[in-house]
Ligand binder design. Sequence first.
Ligand code: NVA
Length: 301
Amino acid sequence: MVNHFLKLSDIAPEEIQPILDRAIALKKGAPSSALSGKSVAILFEKPSLRTKLSFWVGTEKLGGNPVYFAPEEVGLGKREPVADVAQVMSRMSDVAVIRTFEQSTIEEFAVDSTIPVINALTDAEHPCQALADTQTITEQLGSVKGAQVAFIGDGNNVAVSLGYAVAGLGGHMTVASPDGYKLPSADLEGANTYGASAGGSVSQVTSPEEAVSGADIVYTDVWTSMGQEAETAKRLVAFDGYQVNPELLDKAGKNVKFMHDLPAHPGEEISDGLLYDDRSVTFDQAENRLWAQAALMEKLI
Ligand code: NVA
């Protein structure tokens, strides 16, 4: 049985905290040679800065060898069937890190993969980001359990994975989105079921002010994700009033922290300069991709 990480809920709720604890230990300098003599194939259909860098450097830190394929190189499912790419990668490498448009493509890949497949972002989920985010919340608040997280904007891939992770760790996430851009109802229900044993929850509202009231964390992401560029003009109208800015943060808890998975679009989902606000922990979040994914790879291998 191969351990894949195609969506956040592929790991049990009680498995999350040990990964975060290990990530924090690795960040503090704990040694690891978990990938010694092993190769990690990194294959992306979309652009990337943090994910590519963090998997590449993370693999090297664990003693392994990263092999990166840019979006135009492989032609996953076009130049060569997804199943064949999966079989070839399985013969020559030990972990596959895949970023695709459709969630169904990575699921299809995993069927024929005999090595662990890690979702490095699809249209449906961004589970590695959620691990780094909950590591960051743990560092900031001491624990995700009982934390109030407000996610403002699109109920997208980042929101979905974060919802599962926060709920699974016993935290509470409120997502504020306009009609038409709310969390998929299956994920709203799924995250609540996933988090039930930990006492966590995810709820959906429309008002950003309602979501941030009492929040320990205010989180946002781009209004137009990769692959949705043709909808940009329509989305700019739909998300009017959903910008995270200092005034909105002032309405949250006194010690609120601001989070964004990056890249950000100042003037759209955040005001100019918000990444550099004293309350922003966005660059800690970015760095934690490295440590959270290293801990994940150790576990999956
Ligand atoms: N929701 C964004 C996240 C980018 C890291 C996207 O999918 O483009």
